[in-house]
Write a new protein. Structure first.
Length: 377
């Protein structure tokens, strides 16, 4: 069922039944409305809501809102104060927002949760998530909801705990700060071409095993969704995201029913390591429009369990054979197509490689919740 089928989500006035802690922080006579985002009246308010989200780093959300609104698998909504009006906001000024994206398999992905800076710590994040969970539970739109946050965001993690989520896994990947310093990778680097592979740029060649280097031709194209599901079923014991029909993405889960995965499958960018059938590995190349700091927005998602899987996937991704799969926009056939690499922390990494492998400063903690009758803890 698509997210558009969620009943009564066009506009819902909240009859607040909040906890004592929330009542101390919220003005009692406020009437809160959960409603769709309005591009004409809400944009300036969303810019304010997104200010200083990442402590000085630009928030990707303002640029993504038009894409969320246009995406038939998304519902971008706001929590508005109906008692606070201005010249543009007929149905209340937005104080918080979120996006709910359909991943298929009866799973929704909750993302882009934001609250106005002066309202943070007052229970609005908890309120908008709780109301959304209540709506989708009542409508039976989804069986499960997936979400995530960085490990250090304790406030968001407390909200997940209060609203019945449990930790599923953690995702990590190559550090953006390191990638932007590679000559030719940053959007601001106009003076250099991207003429080194990632393995060369990070001086990893001597750390990758000879077997992993020989695996380049062993990565075979996955041609159908049925084949992909069979492989992922066999990886379930070390891919906790598969319980939610997903593979690891950039601070998200990528559903195999999603348009992004379907495009990757259609274009031959889903591959399996065939010489390791007892413990198969899967790689998926896909684009992430949220990436603004790099010239390339390709993501390499890896589903695997051993350091050998990681080394083999990374080395293969730098090979001419697989690089040719990514040449959609590059005019120079000698340019290396950069990518961001992501995988679950359940994958082991040899100590020698880990010491030279620049991972994110903070991992992405993935939370999940099975739905039925909604009860807030």
């Amino acid at each position: 069922m698509r997210i558009h089928d969620v009943k009564d989500l066009t506009m819902t006035a909240l009859a607040l039944a909040v906890s004592g802690d929330q009542q101390q922080n919220l003005i009692a006579d406020k009437i809160w409305i959960l409603r769709p985002y309005n591009a004409l009246s809400d944009r300036s308010h969303l810019d304010e809501i997104c200010s200083n989200t990442f402590k000085g780093t630009n928030d990707y959300l303002p640029a993504m809102i038009p894409k969320y609104v246009a995406d038939p698998d998304c519902r971008f909504i706001v929590l508005a104060n109906a008692g606070k009006l201005d010249d543009e906001s007929e149905f209340g000024v937005p104080e918080a927002c979120l996006n709910l994206r359909d991943l298929g398999h009866g799973v929704g992905f909750l993302e882009a949760v934001r609250t106005r800076p002066e309202s943070r710590g007052k229970g609005l994040g908890n309120m908008i998530i709780s109301k959304m969970l209540e709506e989708v539970s009542e409508s039976s739109s989804y069986e499960k909801i997936l979400s995530c946050t960085v490990a250090g965001n304790q406030a968001m993690r407390r909200i997940f705990d209060k609203t019945g989520f449990r930790q599923v896994t953690e995702i990590t990947g190559l550090n953006f700060k390191v990638l932007t310093k590679i000559p030719g990778w940053s959007v601001h680097d106009k003076d250099h071409r991207c003429d080194q592979t990632l393995v060369e740029a990070l001086n990893l060649s001597n750390l990758i095993s000879d077997q992993a280097k020989r695996d380049v031709e062993s990565w075979q194209t996955v041609k159908t969704k049925v084949e992909a599901e069979f492989i992922l079923n066999s990886t379930a014991k070390y891919n906790p995201l598969w319980e939610y029909g997903c593979i690891p993405g950039l601070f998200e889960g990528i559903g195999i029913d999603s348009q992004r995965f379907k495009i990757s499958l259609k274009n031959g960018r889903v591959l399996v390591l065939e010489n390791d059938l007892d413990s198969p590995a899967l790689i998926v190349f896909h684009r992430d429009p949220r990436i603004a700091s790099l010239k390339s927005n390709w993501i390499l998602s890896i589903v695997g369990t051993t350091s050998h899987h990681l080394e083999s996937a990374l080395y293969a991704a730098c090979s001419k054979r697989i690089q040719n799969l990514l040449r959609e926009d590059s005019e120079d056939p000698d340019d290396f197509i950069g990518f961001v690499l992501t995988f679950c922390t359940t994958m082991s990494i040899r100590d020698e490689l880990a010491a030279s492998f620049p991972l994110w400063d903070e991992s992405c903690v993935v939370y999940g919740r099975k739905l039925g009758s909604f009860e807030q803890t």
